[in-house]
Design a protein around this ligand. Structure first.
Ligand code: PEP
Ligand code: MN
Length: 338
């Protein structure tokens, strides 16, 4: 249930509301907006139902509304204003589009430096790259682990880029947090609830990718796991879902951008690289994502895609990345974004 306070509600009115909630053995989450405060009530559904009527008659309360979805902290009803996440001075969900770019996997210092120099030139503020790669086959390149993390940090600092990298093990939160600015939860781990709680106990911003076959509701519930553990810095990432189509690696669901904007206050980033699996489609889908209202893009860029150790087919060359960014900037301007 959410309790919407009247615009003129006093501190005392709010205290009475909080008191009633606590006395019923429930807890709450406050969202203080410019005009009004919203109190999200969390706890046993039956108890919430039993106090609903009593709440709506309290002084200063405009209405008490039952929320049918299980996720609450991520919902737009709980928190009507869009969330903006500050990552070392860059505001994700703000006016400027977040551009995260770099290779699928960190392969070597040379590869990463070359990629970083190029994506920086193209206008990226974030360097992406996997050090722990969740590969479909155990015989494929698995990533450089901590050596890769060290390279990301050092190259990120050298080129003044924030670092986004995937975490695959709940025991690695401290390790990956030491090097990264944003912790990526990959599609394959979207419902790894222990991992979600582990990153939820920290404070590093989390980029939560949509699961391979996850519904929007399952995805938002996964974000709720992170937020309910205490970490409110969560951004979602649409990266395509499994359908019957085989021409593309996945079907990029851009309607999810609009859906997320309707249902949640969290920023949403689109990954047209994994979303299509084909470098030729990255530019048009990047444009479309921004037109649909995405807050940013995460794009695979490799200095030499033909020799990439993973995802070469979907990686842009530096030249194509720059061309893509030129196009994206035109759409961004129409959308009132930078
Ligand atoms: C990646 O970003 O390199 C990755 C493995 O993505 P996903 O989890 O979306 O497949
Ligand atoms: Mn990849």
């Amino acid at each position: 249930m959410i309790i919407v306070m009247k615009p003129g509600a006093t501190e005392e009115n709010l205290s009475r509301v909080k008191e009633k909630i606590e006395r019923a053995g429930l807890s709450y989450h406050l969202s203080v907006g410019e005009n009004r405060t919203i109190v999200g009530v969390i706890g046993d559904k039956k108890i919430i139902g039993s106090i609903e009527e009593n709440m709506s008659v309290l002084d200063g309360v405009e209405k008490a509304v039952r929320i049918t979805e299980k996720y609450k902290l991520v919902s737009r009803e709980f928190h009507p204003e869009p969330t903006v996440i500050d990552v070392r001075g860059f505001k994700i969900g703000g006016e400027e589009l977040a551009i995260m770019a770099g290779p699928c996997a960190v392969e070597s210092m040379e590869q990463l430096r070359e990629a970083a120099a190029e994506v920086k030139k193209g206008g990226a503020q974030f360097l992406r790259g996997g050090a722990f790669k969740p590969r479909t086959s155990p015989y494929d390149f698995q990533g450089l682990a901590e050596d890769g993390l060290k390279m990301l940090r050092s190259v990120g600092d050298e080129f003044d880029l924030r670092v986004v990298t995937e975490i695959v093990d709940l025991n690695d939160v401290e390790l990956v947090s030491k090097y990264a600015d944003v912790l990526q939860i990959g599609a394959r781990n979207m419902q790894n609830f222990r991992l979600l709680q582990a990153v939820g106990h920290g404070t590093k911003p989390v980029l939560l990718k949509r699961g391979l076959s996850a519904t929007i509701s399952e995805w938002l519930n996964a974000a709720e796991y992170v937020m309910s553990a205490g970490n409110e810095n969560v951004m979602l990432c649409e990266r395509g879902i499994r359908t019957y189509e085989t021409f593309t690696r996945n079907t990029l669901d851009l309607s999810a951008v609009a859906a997320v904007k309707e249902l949640s206050h969290l920023p949403i980033i689109v990954d047209p690289s994994h979303g299509t699996g084909r470098w030729q489609m990255v530019q048009p889908m990047a444009r479309a994502a921004v037109a649909a209202g995405a807050d940013g893009l995460i794009i695979e860029v490799h200095p030499h895609p033909e020799v990439a150790l993973s995802d070469g087919d979907q990686s842009l060359t530096p030249k194509n990345f720059r061309a893509t960014m030129d196009e994206v900037r035109k759409i961004a301007a129409i959308m009132g974004r930078k």
